[in-house]
Ligand binder design. Structure first.
Ligand code: ARG
Length: 471
């Protein structure tokens, strides 16, 4: 912890900014305002940003070549210390930035004190968070692709597996299991697009904005941007230090993605329940009960559904964090980190585990098919059949409603009604009706782009495969 008698100016927070202060910060205020407990996670971005800044300062003649060499040497040692767990993080030094800068000055003297020329922690922290987030975005993009691929590969084997499609949670029409899975692939594909779009606005350099107004040193911002792999620089210094839109957008991407995962999880939980019995999950994704010996619970899916709550909550936290802030930087912004970090961690872990779990799904085709046979799922097909025989759709709909009513009363399926009975609802009904009433007939009939017919779904599987392979 802090040592207020240290000769290192940055080692004593009270002296870190100026001699203006006449008393030290209270312990409580120190603890309340410090962020090093969580923002040390940004250390690598902080070092990278500092090195790029220092290199540019030297190139512009703002600091000497020897200063740059000293800074580089000191930073190399700091990296080694942090990586080996030997770096001593001090609460009294408030945050990751001051901790690293103080250590640098201890290691290399005056050159360390020159590093902060033309820079403020305001543009520094904005740069660090963007750099860090960009790296996380790239990892998440890969995880999202893996998630999609897991679903596509499961779907590929089930374009001919029939399940009931639902609306209002009531059996509606037969669909293939593959078609159902690919609906989630569409969702995750949109999430990936959103993520790629967010990246463009994350990947801009704030550094050079200094505290808020820019700086009087002849900085070459474009050079720093290039060194750090940014696509460009922020064009307004006030905005550069205070904008957290990129965090809001990212968080909103993450919340939407988690909502998609949550919906899929809900289905997995339902499908695995005895009442559906559509799928089974590999044992390694289930847990037992301490009291009921027969239980195998889909805890992973339930937790993924549950964890969507915190990610949605973080979005609300960030929106609320920003809404009352006047320009420019306010300390409020320090509160952006924990929600962002937890969002990234939760989403990454959830994508990883869900992709794995999808690969461990066993499909119980017969149960799915039996369920599809239960709820008059082919009633629409009978109506369509009558339309093809010349009836207006509304009349066909009415005739089939009568047929379903009778079938319900008799406790049989439409296909189980004798032809004579069916003809009682409409004389146009012929022997060919029974093919129409089958699940596979119903599926095959929906041979429209985006429909559930196996040919269509196979085409979508192929499209997703080539898209995900970068083709
Ligand atoms: N720890 C601070 C944050 O996360 C760094 C910026 C501090 N700037 C300042 N002027 N107090 O926002």
């Amino acid at each position: 912890m802090s040592d207020h008698r240290s000769s290192d100016p940055l080692a004593n927070k009270q002296q870190a900014w100026s001699a203006l202060f006449s008393e030290p910060m209270s312990e409580l205020v120190q603890r309340y305002t410090a962020s090093v407990g969580f923002d040390q996670r940004l250390w690598r971005a902080d070092v990278e940003g500092s090195l790029a800044h220092a290199e540019m300062l030297a190139a512009q003649g703002v600091i000497a070549a020897q200063d740059l060499a000293d800074i580089q040497r000191g930073m190399a040692q700091i990296v080694a210390e942090i990586e080996s767990g030997k770096f001593e993080w001090k609460l009294a030094l408030e945050d990751v930035h001051l901790n690293i800068e103080a250590r640098l000055t201890t290691l290399v003297g005056d050159a360390g004190k020159r590093l902060h020329t033309g820079r403020s922690r305001n543009d520094q922290v904005a740069t660090d968070v963007r750099l860090w987030l960009r790296g996380e975005i790239d990892k998440l993009a890969r995880l999202l692709a893996a998630m999609q691929l897991a679903l596509v590969e499961l779907a590929a084997g089930h374009t001919d597996t029939v399940m009931p499609g639902f609306t209002h949670m009531q059996v509606a029409q037969p669909v293939s299991f593959a078609h159902h899975l690919l609906a989630y692939v569409e969702m995750f594909a949109r999430d990936a697009e959103r993520l790629a779009d967010v990246r463009k606005r994350v990947n801009l350099l704030p550094l050079g904005a200094a505290a808020l107004a820019g700086t009087s040193y002849p900085l070459d911002r474009e050079r720093v941007a290039k060194t750090l792999g940014f696509d460009g620089v922020c064009r307004n210094s006030l905005d550069a230090v205070s904008d957290r839109d990129f965090a809001l957008e990212f968080s909103s991407f993450a919340a939407i993605t988690m909502v998609h995962i949550s919906r899929l999880s809900e289905e997995i939980v339902l499908w695995m329940s005895q009442n559906f019995g559509f799928i089974d999950l590999a044992d390694r994704y289930c847990t037992g009960s301490s009291i009921m010996p027969q239980k195998r619970n889909p805890d992973v899916a339930e937790l993924a559904r549950g964890k969507s709550g915190r990610v949605v909550g973080h979005l609300m936290a960030l929106l609320t964090l920003m809404k009352g802030q006047p320009l420019t930087y306010n300390k409020d912004n320090q509160e952006d980190k924990e929600p962002l970090f937890d969002t990234v961690d939760t989403l990454a872990d959830t994508l990883r585990i869900m992709a794995e779990m999808v690969g461990g799904i066993t499909v119980k085709k017969d149960a799915m098919e039996r369920a599809a046979l239960k709820g008059y799922a082919t009633a629409t097909d009978l109506a369509d059949y009558l339309v093809k025989k010349g009836l207006p759709f509304r009349d066909a709909h009415e005739a089939v409603a009568h047929a379903v009513k009778v079938a319900l009363q008799q406790g049989v399926d439409l296909a189980e009604l004798p032809l004579a009975t069916l003809q009682g609802f409409n004389a146009a009904i012929g022997d060919d009706v029974f093919e129409v009433l089958t699940l596979r007939g119903s599926l095959a009939a929906r041979n429209v782009l985006g429909g559930t017919a196996p040919a269509q779904v196979l085409a979508q599987v192929a499209r997703h495969r080539s898209r995900l392979a970068g083709g």
